[in-house]
Design a protein. Structure first.
Length: 159
């Protein structure tokens, strides 16, 4: 049976030691159906097979983590919630909107930002000004107070 997708040209992580080199991964439907030497890969190519050249990259299974810490998750929902942000700029805009809607809060706190929205997995000082205000109160997981945000000339600070 031909593969729906065939991954070639890269190392394959199988979870059992060093990645395999010189092998291809055969996917049929929603399952990995074989890991074969690249010399045998052509036997799995059909008319509709999509061949993906990894260009030397590592192919690794996706790991999905779906869990919640109920107490902190509930509290976070009452704060600046960034779970629906689509990218870094949207996260910054949501922080600003939250600050504008909650002018009496001394601190802007919240969570739910996605690591894949930020280069290197975390907010950086090259973000728009509201996020840069974080540098006025540096350190991991420390929100900046409104006073620090005002020093930056903005109404809010990113956590």
């Amino acid at each position: 049976m031909p593969a729906d997708v065939l991954f070639t040209g890269g190392a394959v992580f199988t979870g059992t030691g060093e990645p395999l080199h010189g092998h291809a991964v055969v996917v049929t439907g929603d399952r990995i159906t074989a890991v074969v030497p690249e010399s045998e890969a052509s036997a799995h190519i059909g008319e509709a097979t999509r061949v993906v050249d990894l260009g030397g990259a590592l192919l690794s299974p996706g790991f999905q983590d779906a869990h919640v810490h109920p107490l902190s998750a509930g509290v976070e929902l009452l704060m600046c919630n960034l779970t629906e942000a689509t990218d870094a700029a949207d996260a910054v805009a949501r922080v600003e909107a939250y600050a504008d809607a909650n002018p009496d809060e001394a601190w802007i706190q919240g969570g739910g930002w996605s690591m894949d929205h930020f280069p290197g997995g975390a907010p950086v000082r090259t973000l728009p000004p509201v996020a840069r205000c974080r540098s006025a109160c540096p350190g991991p997981a420390r929100p900046a107070p409104r006073a620090a945000a005002r020093r930056c000339g903005r109404s809010a600070a990113a956590r």
